[in-house]
Design a binder for this molecule. Structure first.
Ligand code: ATP
Length: 311
């Protein structure tokens, strides 16, 4: 046990998938993946304070920031599920109020809900003084969802299985990205279903990490990484949201090294040569009329981190 706190705030990053290789559907409905995650400098903040439950066994949750009206404020919120799971793990009540300050686009293919779950686990663990070992926290993350362990770890990692079996990857430099944010979201299960439908009966190879992509990450070589970016969900996301093709074309016309749909979309991610190129690409994309807004940022940042703690 460590000393319980009065308030703990954790910041937790969004991700982009620089490679997302999707295998055929498994009997359990999931797909085997080779998923190369990179944490990017867009963060949600999760604050845990002691509080009476909203209903027996369910923490209270509030949310502010862009898209927060589309975040569930009940037991369906992934941060709430994380608090309940951690409390059960330690045989205690989940008596906490969680506040989520959102900056990660909601249902944008950047794993915002997963980030909030990892943030809530870390914040509640410190608030309650339960000092859960890292390996146990990671196992709880994997129980909550395929993308949750990576939000805790950050940096870059290869996820196998459903994406939850992580191996950390070396990153040799800072990568400069621009994210084109769309209006509304895409539901991840719909995108996987569309992927299976588009593939029909064609044989699907077992997913594997691309050695050229891993080498580009390790070397910090943006041009080599741009040449290796792939997302098997992109055709499915484009089939559900054809206008994303215009966003990708606008980014490439404006000088991106390469662009792709981020995860299940509809956010599009563009790699730029340096910070100045990213700033000018973001300005062009924002003016292109093909997205709601565009943000320049960097990749390879730390995972969930406690930024404030009051005893
Ligand atoms: P991923 O990339 O992991 O597939 P995503 O980034 O596309 O996910 P999220 O922002 O995680 O999407 O939200 C997906 C859905 O999950 C939302 O539409 C919302 O209904 C639900 N949800 C549950 N908890 C949260 C949360 N804390 N933040 C955002 N959405 C949440």
């Amino acid at each position: 046990m460590s000393k319980p706190q009065r308030s703990v705030t954790v910041r937790v990053p969004a991700k982009v998938n620089v490679q997302l290789a999707v295998g055929p559907p498994r009997p359990d409905g999931f797909h085997d993946l080779a998923n190369v995650f990179l944490a990017v400098d867009i963060h949600d903040r999760v604050t845990a304070t002691p509080g009476a439950p909203a209903a027996p066994g369910t923490p209270r949750v509030s949310c502010t920031g862009p898209g927060s009206d589309r975040v569930p404020l009940d037991a369906g919120n992934l941060a709430v599920r994380a608090a309940v799971l951690l409390a059960a793990h330690h045989g205690r009540d989940p008596d906490v109020h969680l506040h989520i300050d959102k900056d990660i686009p909601v249902a944008g293919g950047m794993a915002g809900g997963s980030a909030d779950a990892a943030g809530a686990l870390l914040a509640c663990d410190a608030l309650w003084g339960t000092a859960t070992p890292r390996a146990e926290l990671l196992a709880l993350c994997a129980e909550l969802g395929s993308d949750v362990p990576f939000a805790l770890v950050g940096g870059a990692a290869l996820g196998l299985g459903r994406g939850e079996r992580l191996t950390g990857l070396p990153v040799g430099g800072t990568f400069h990205w621009v994210f084109a944010l769309a209006d509304g979201g895409l539901a991840t299960p719909d995108v996987y279903r569309a992927c299976d439908r588009l593939r029909g009966r064609s044989p699907v190879p077992a997913p594997a990490a691309d050695p050229a992509l891993l080498a580009a990450l390790e070397a910090g070589d943006a041009r080599a990484l741009a040449a290796a970016l792939t997302n098997d969900l992109q055709p499915a996301a484009l089939s559900l949201r054809p206008a994303l093709a215009d966003t990708l074309a606008a980014g490439e016309k404006a000088g991106a090294l390469a662009g792709l749909v981020s995860g299940s979309g509809p956010t599009c991610a563009f790699l730029a040569a340096d910070a100045a190129a990213a700033a000018s690409l973001a300005a062009s994309l924002a003016d292109s009329g093909t997205c709601r807004t565009a943000r320049a940022t960097t990749g390879g940042v730390a995972g969930a981190t406690t930024i404030e703690s009051h005893a």
